[in-house]
Design a protein around this ligand. Sequence first.
Ligand SMILES: Nc1ncnc2c1ncn2[C@@H]1O[C@H](COP(=O)(O)OP(=O)(O)OP(=O)(O)O)[C@@H](O)[C@H]1O
Ligand SMILES: [Mg+2]
Length: 569
Amino acid sequence: MDPARALKTVAEFGARALSSTPLPELLDTGAQLAREVTESQYAVFFERSPGGDALLMRAGGGWRPGVIGRVSLSTGAGSFGRYVLQQPSRLVGALPSHPDFGVPAVLREHAVESMACVRLDGLVHPLGTLALFNLRDEPGPDALIFLQAIGNVVATAILRQVTEEGLLQSQIRLQSVQKMEAIGRLAGGIAHDFNNLVQAIGGYTEILLRHLTEGDPLRRNAEEIKKAGDRAAALTRQLLAFSRQQVLQPSVLDLNGVVHHVEQLLIRLIGADIHLRTYLSEELWPIKADAVQLEQVLMNLAVNARDAMHGGGVLTIETANVELTRSIDGEAFVVVAGPYVLLAVTDTGAGMNAETKARAFEPFFTTKPPGQGTGLGLSMVYGIVKQSGGYIWVDSELGAGTRIRIYLPRADSAAGHPAPIAPALEALPPVPPPAHGSETLLLVEDEAGVRELIHEWLAGHGYTVHAAEDGVQALDVAERLDALDLLVADVVMPTMGGPALAKRLLQSRPDLKVIFVSGYADEAIGDRRMLEDGAAFLQKPFTLDDLLRKVREVLGEQAPPSRAPGEPR
Ligand SMILES: Nc1ncnc2c1ncn2[C@@H]1O[C@H](COP(=O)(O)OP(=O)(O)OP(=O)(O)O)[C@@H](O)[C@H]1O
Ligand SMILES: [Mg+2]
């Protein structure tokens, strides 16, 4: 081997690797150059398979056609593959009679006699081995050093490519996260504004309906308005759920319980042609989530599955404990390692094509005919899962069914025992009719439509209502009042928001009860302390009966003129 030529070759090959030569080409060139300079008969880059159980003859020269890119060798005990992977760098003579391994057929067929090999180390596992066979001169240390130099260049190029691919992946991931965030903000903003409108439409229609007798010809019209308003309210709630603006009421619970709880409902939902199978893992870890919202998740997924299985099929719901020992690189996000409870919902339906799969969580994305889907089902599921700190995945292929996997973080066991699941939806006791009252209320709401509506409604049920547009005006009004039992305030208002107002009023009226009203979860959560201190919360849009009930609930039993101190709020 000519040392000057060897040096020059390494320098040139290094320069090539630094330019943007594609990796397969670089591997080929490296193996060829090594072969030429060392005057060997054969050169090969053995690539280690991802699992490490094989070495693929990835690039090289001198071999008969059909070897490179095709033949792979085992790395099992006593194999040649195992041997070379264990050697950082090695010269081997008299290969056929080596005591540590049998010579693989492909090498015997090429009558290999001697070998020089160097291992290319990656960050965790070896990337593979660069090897030369049948060096013309007695294999000497120089050839090995040269091979090592070429190998280092190859290894660096491979690692660089892996890193670049990783970067690209995370860029794509970031873009998709940013897209969902942007849509979420937009949807949240729309929902927020809609809330006030829906609130006013629904509320005034309720009032209208009370004034119209059964036989009134206008009654049907008002009922239609009410129905449309209810649908709008449902849509708004779904949007809020997607944008994670919904107020969740999480508790530590057993996911299996949630599944059991909706099972009968799901069976009815999917119809007789579809079989429901449940595989619920025993001793499931507790999770912290909102049970009602999780039921919504299951129902949405079941309806989607049903719609995808026209000719019938099987819907499978599974739960399991999963300990993720390392973070998972998803297409759209990274799942942090840790203990999770898995909820998987699988159908044998039509599946999704790549575009549908990529856009399935987008609000208003639907492939269903107009009137049959709003495209908010999965959006809502996504929002609920994210707001609960979980992850969601879609595995689906056209014609091969769909599997939705949801990972919810295991709840801290110190947080308490799983709460029993509330009685089934249908079995809830009838809600008592909202009661009248005679207490004095201060209503603070900046939206004139909503303010007048609530004012009229509460006054119509016996309460003495004083209204204000914002916190500052409310302080003024309160100043002139002797009795004040309850403050009903929007959370966010210009000049002074609900929580700040409540704080001020509570200083001089420690017995004052408080109900906050808001369309945003964040607003409530932003002042969680106030809420945890016992202030009640009502999320828009609410029905007027909801409001009456809440008012009564917060004020306690029918109006005793003064309350004993320390009475629970
Ligand atoms: N299990 C499934 N199998 C096949 N396609 C599905 C499945 N689940 C969702 N999809 C696809 O994703 C789209 C969006 O689903 P999503 O639940 O958000 O809206 P939708 O079902 O169309 O309408 P909505 O749920 O608001 O009534 C669906 O239109 C459908 O194309
Ligand atoms: Mg749906």
